[in-house]
Design a protein around this ligand. Sequence first.
Ligand code: UGA
Length: 437
Amino acid sequence: MRISVIGCGYLGAVHAACMAKLGHDVVGIDVDDRKIQELAAARAPFYEPGLEDLLKEVQATGRLTFTTDLSAAEGSAVHFVCVGTPQKKGENGADLTYVDAATAGLLPYLAPGDVVVGKSTVPVGTASRLARRVQAQQPTAHLVWNPEFLREGHAVADTLHPDRLVYGVSDGSEDNAAVAVLDEVYTATLSSGTPRLVTDHPTAELVKTAANSFLATKISFINAMAEVCEAAGADVTQLADAIGMDDRIGRKFLNAGIGFGGGCLPKDIRAFMARAGELGADQALTFLREVDAINMRRRTRVVELARDLCDGSLLGKRVTVLGAAFKPESDDVRDSPALSIAAQLQLQGAVVTVTDPKALTNAARRFPELHYESDTSTAIEKADALLLLTEWQEYRDLDPYSLVDVVSFPRVLDGRNVLDAAKWRAAGWNYRGLGRP
Ligand code: UGA
């Protein structure tokens, strides 16, 4: 099939490459010329494992091209809208400027029977509103909401082998003509056994926001338990292992630490609360305010613990922050808890050095006032305290025995509870975890 993908960020670039991998002829379109030039040269404009190899593989087949010219969408039967929906400045709601602009820009190029497929995370009600615009322009065209559940760091595998496909169509019916078109797009995925659900527009939109809200709630739940464990002298990691053995609870997303960040969970729960308020259902989501508050408290708690670890004062202390990305295997620093903690430590007088295998360029753009060092050993030298804040494998693998003589004071704060506390202590370190004795 001929497919256009509007928006080539973390979502769209991966989606375009994966659609070409599934055998379609794909054009990726974005307003950012630099991004398009990189992608056209089969280079990933951000770090995502496997993406660059996939770009090379599919571009060699001639099935994937990139352009800044929206008119290239003409002739495609299916148009995926993959643009960002960031948090509005100074407000909790989602900024729909890009979704609205992409849809409006696409309208002149729609042919009868075309299917516009929204993948961006949007407030419930957006799809029906956009469907009216599409049909006003092209009465036989369709708008489907097909939310994306990929995780950064696993984006290629998540797109090619999703847990489920959700199609939100205007009448919520299996017989809707757009269902057969999307089934054709996803033939390979469906034939490998991926379940698919057909539903209406609002349900499809809500599936996405509900899923992210549940994940955020799970993380904040375990972080709340970490607070209680700290007060009671208990160990949150063992608690998570034990409750996670109950299938109904599950161990995934129960890692206590410095909390969630990134371009999705924080802004999605806020936009969800804002939208529920507009719908008169704000009471239903007041718990998400607490989820957000627990999450933000983690950052303050880590700064307090770092101060404790440095004998009660951060002034002039050389603190090395291991990790700047919001999670490992990504160079994304949007709402990164690690960076926000690094900035707070610096504001409180610490001499902070931040290191990360992939995210330093993005970090320096966001927090130019922090000091960055790409070489881990140099970053660690003569530190008064190490703070592990993003659990990259290379930091998990650090050897406490060989590092003990490299630092000025062997103090480590494990913000993700991934180090072997007993081993670090045996090597002479003052080890502190979160929610662990
Ligand atoms: C999240 C969802 O997991 C995806 O399903 C969704 O498609 C995506 O948002 C989106 O809306 O586009 P992502 O933001 O890539 O994916 O990252 P996650 O793996 O969900 O991690 C989010 C944050 O939670 C990270 O900062 C991570 O360190 C933190 N986290 C995760 C914890 O603190 N504890 C955990 O147990 C798990």
